[in-house]
Design a protein around this ligand. Structure first.
Ligand SMILES: CC(C)(COP(=O)(O)OP(=O)(O)OC[C@H]1O[C@@H](n2cnc3c(N)ncnc32)[C@H](O)[C@@H]1OP(=O)(O)O)[C@@H](O)C(=O)NCCC(=O)NCCS
Length: 226
């Protein structure tokens, strides 16, 4: 049986920002959450990387320069600081691009009659890169894109499994943050491995937060085939 897919995603718009930020915060309640202003900078040049599957889910990818991607995976900057190094392929001859997956989530409408979301998202990223390369090919000065890295901060078991099994990412570090939920209030909170809650009657481990990535052009080559 051939698996179906939901309709192709549309590019993100400003009206989408608040709900995505709120949804990400529910999963990863960081002290340094994103703002709509920062998200707007992420998608100045390529809003198609903010993949909105209306009614079915979303996959939000931040396209950045090589140096910014490398600073992020070395943990020198956080997700909100990616905005300072957004890839602008229209005004540069630099073709090196890093992709960071900020958020992915499917709704109940994405049932088992569809292929799993991770497979569809990979196919759609290839299409987006292909379309950008088609546009670049019309300007002789621009070389085809060279994807030098693909990363994700996995904050759930589902996210970790997807990143490992489908995206083939590897964890870059031991988990430094642990997600706990409060047994009474259901509140989700981030603790560091060095500073974990004292009472196991109050807090229960939900999962580990892991920075994962595919590093280097050859590891990412598969993203460029359509
Ligand atoms: C992360 C997420 C988008 C991945 O979705 P997905 O790629 O469709 O995969 P699922 O998580 O539903 O897959 C769970 C299992 O069901 C299987 N599955 C899913 N859809 C299937 C299908 N249509 N046919 C057969 N198997 C399927 C997967 O292969 C996987 O099996 P495995 O554990 O043996 O590999 C989804 O789990 C989600 O929205 N989670 C909540 C938000 C979240 O955690 N986001 C990540 C934060 S970092």
């Amino acid at each position: 049986m051939t698996s179906m897919r939901p309709p192709f995603p549309r590019p993100i718009e400003a009206r989408d920002f608040d709900a995505i930020i709120a949804s990400d915060k529910e999963m990863y309640p960081t002290d340094n959450p994103l703002t709509a202003q920062i998200m707007a900078k992420w998608f100045t040049h390529y809003p198609e990387f903010g993949m909105i599957y209306d009614g079915f889910g979303c996959c939000i990818i931040v396209p950045v320069t090589k140096s910014t991607w490398e600073a992020y995976i070395k943990q020198e900057i956080d997700e909100s600081q990616l905005a300072n190094g957004i890839f602008d392929g229209t005004s540069t001859i630099d073709s090196k691009i890093g992709l960071h997956l900020y958020h992915i989530e499917k709704s109940q409408a994405w049932t088992r009659q569809f292929d799993r979301m991770a497979n569809i998202v990979l196919a759609d990223i290839r299409t987006i890169l292909y379309n950008i390369n088609q546009r670049r090919a019309t300007q002789l000065i621009l070389k085809p894109l060279d994807v030098i890295g693909f990363s994700a901060l996995a904050a759930s078991d589902a996210g970790f499994n997807m990143a490992k099994k489908v995206f083939r990412m590897v964890p870059l570090y031991d988990a430094q943050e642990i997600l706990y939920h409060n047994i009474k209030t259901q509140e989700l909170a981030i603790f560091t491995t060095k500073n974990q809650p004292k009472s196991s009657n109050e807090w229960q481990i939900q999962g580990e937060v892991r920075l994962m990535a595919l590093k280097g052009s050859s590891a990412c080559r598969n993203l460029l085939f359509v």
